[in-house]
Design a protein around this ligand. Sequence first.
Ligand code: AHR
Length: 525
Amino acid sequence: MLARRAAVGRTGLFLLAFVAACVTARAVAAAETLEATGAIEGDQPAGRISRHLYGHFAEHLGRCVYDGIWVGEDSRIPNTRGIRNDVVEALRAIAIPNLRWPGGCYADNYHWRDGIGPRVERPHRINTHWGGVIDTNAFGTHEFLDLCEQIGADPYIAGNVGSGTPAEMRDWIEYMTFAGDSELANLRRANGRDEPWKIPYFGVGNENWGCGGNMRPEYYADLYRRFSTYCNEYSGNRLRRVACGPGGENTAWTRIVMQRAGDRMQALSQHYYTLAASWSDKRPATGFDEEAWFAILRDALKMEDRIVETVEIMDEYDPRGRVKLYVDEWGTWYRNEPGTNPGFLYQQNSQRDALVAALTFHIFHEHAERVTMANIAQTVNVLQAMILTEGPAMVLTPTYYVFEMYKVHHDAQRLPVTLTTPDYTFGDAAIPAISASASRDRQGAVHVSFANSHATQAVAVSLDLTGVNATSATGRVLVADSLDAHNTFENPNRVKPAPFDGAKIADGKLTVELPAASVVVLELK
Ligand code: AHR
């Protein structure tokens, strides 16, 4: 009995010591509140942030198109001409400006004639890149362009260079865009569409250094010249031809393609994925610790290096910056969720992905003169998705909410933000704790977005307002109860924006208390 009491006493002492240690740790943390300072230069507008930086990408991959977007006219899931109404409504709410389709790797294996005409007659093909599943071709050109009209997005079509021909590419463009009396335009009419569509963006191949044909840059540059020659503009359609650019750090590709074909393109594409791991052994999307939080955010910030190195080379061949850079695939790439087809690239999406999106947008804003389009991979059920679906159910991800909160920056005038930020150090590496971006919209309202990458520390930010006439700051915060917090079908509202009352303006200064691991968007009035 005595021994037992002694044991209880020891446990009690341990508990007391533990509580005291926690209180002390919290006091130390409070004493160490991090501070960032700087200014928003409202009198130095620095160019427009194209809304097309908020573009999307939907590939015939896993359950992105089939299930995620297309359920068919006979489905019990409410739909309009086969396209899910819940997904359309959610995408309309984030005002996605453009949508890239049908791939990705799928594009260089796609033959557009398979996807027109009566659906029952369309050929079934093997999706050789993504799980070897059968693609019924139920979702083709008309269905994609209907989707674009339903969500109000400009179509960005990726053409087939790898296994296609210049004639096939030429015919597709004529089929979609010619208003007159030609065989292909009449075929479109016979298939139910009288008026031509406008196709403002057309990709001449995708990742042709890899899945799009494993080409050398010299060979692709020649093919680009040949194929793009037949990318004709009909009936007032203005086509921006997009050449395949680098993935990762492939600067040799950029140089040769720009040197040999730069004068024939309106844009060069670039792909950059965040994985902070090897392609053969990726990280899980959830259930991670602070090391993984830090590693992914650090890797996401490398987007800036990739853009800078590409633009430097582009400048050598195009010093006036006529050719734009489209980052037409970006996002996090994790291990597929347990029990799912590895070829479907289905992954969860957590508060960490929200931070990746916010940091990436801030980088795009900084380079918005040259980087005028970007496409997150991918819209539904694949990689860093906005939306996850399971039968009739739909969940919006933390990344979705960043797109929703950042709508205020669409087509707004960028206002430079100077920032002295504390470091967020983990192990022997460090990244800036705070990232911020500001803009003024057409109505004159100023918006500021912040990302606090620090996993555990709040940061007090104080910014001088020059040329910004405002006395109040209101906004919303995206913050979660754990670093890997995510929305599930059982708990779909765990991570969503909430009103934010941590900002004020006094004496021409904006002060903001940014919670750890948060994204905040403010309107200054
Ligand atoms: O987005 C998934 C794949 O990643 C695309 O199909 C391809 O272009 C890239 O490698």
